[in-house]
Design a protein around this ligand. Structure first.
Ligand SMILES: CC(C)(COP(=O)(O)OP(=O)(O)OC[C@H]1O[C@@H](n2cnc3c(N)ncnc32)[C@H](O)[C@@H]1OP(=O)(O)O)[C@@H](O)C(=O)NCCC(=O)NCCS
Length: 196
């Protein structure tokens, strides 16, 4: 019974400039073309169409930030600007929870559809996006400057508020279940390899 599973140490909230060092730890480990702290400074303080949210952690042995993602609001479209999960905390459905959080926020802001770009080689992210109903609608040749890789353009339309709220709830429960099943293994990895 899920009700018997203890809560996780994770909770979601908006990001602010004090989060930038924690964002950068995940960013550098996740992307071959990482954004710089200056880009995040701009995104978090100056860009009026940006919204950034994160999943924080209040366990002393784990990082304070475990996932984050962003939106650019080109209403009625919301563009997912980025999403990443700490490498040692992948596979717990934190990414799916993060995406659900972003899309619910997009709807709250008035978006009726969502879009994003993803490397053609990034099958893991594509699978996550497809599970939300995103479909490939185009391809941008040589979009990424490091290896000249193409990007797929994916869209989700319309954004269904009720379905997204249900997905948000389901993903939070899945994180809870997986954390309960895997926390010893995950914690052991942090003790061995990582400084929080
Ligand atoms: C993409 C990313 C955010 C996914 O986060 P995550 O927390 O590891 O993924 P989740 O645990 O939420 O997985 C959700 C679904 O994604 C897919 N997925 C996740 N990891 C996968 C893997 N290693 N292989 C295949 N599919 C995978 C599965 O469909 C999975 O659902 P399932 O476990 O029920 O099968 C994460 O891998 C990441 O930060 N990658 C680096 C940054 C990046 O590529 N961002 C996207 C840029 S477009």
């Amino acid at each position: 019974m899920l009700a018997a599973i203890p809560p996780t140490p994770f909770h979601a909230s908006p990001l602010n400039v004090e989060d930038i060092p924690h964002i950068m730890t995940i960013e550098r480990a996740s992307f071959s073309l990482p954004w710089t702290p200056a880009i995040y400074q701009h995104e978090l303080k100056e860009n009026p169409i940006s919204r950034y949210l994160g999943i924080r952690c209040h366990h002393d042995a784990l990082p304070r930030l475990v996932a984050y993602g962003g939106l650019w609001l080109y209403l009625p479209e919301a563009h997912v600007s980025t999403i990443a999960v700490h490498p040692l905390l992948r596979g717990l459905h934190l990414g799916a929870w993060m995406l659900a959080i972003l899309l619910v926020e997009a709807v709250r802001e008035g978006a009726r559809e969502a879009s994003l770009e993803v490397r053609v080689s990034n099958r893991v992210a594509q699978r996550l996006y497809r599970s939300f109903g995103f479909r490939v609608v185009g391809r941008r040749p040589r979009y990424y400057s490091d290896n000249k890789e193409d990007a797929y353009v994916m869209t989700l339309r319309p954004l269904d508020r009720l379905a997204l709220m249900q997905r948000l709830h389901r993903e939070e429960q899945t994180v809870r279940q997986r954390w309960h099943e895997r926390k010893e293994t995950v914690m052991a990895q942090f003790t061995t390899y990582a400084q929080p």
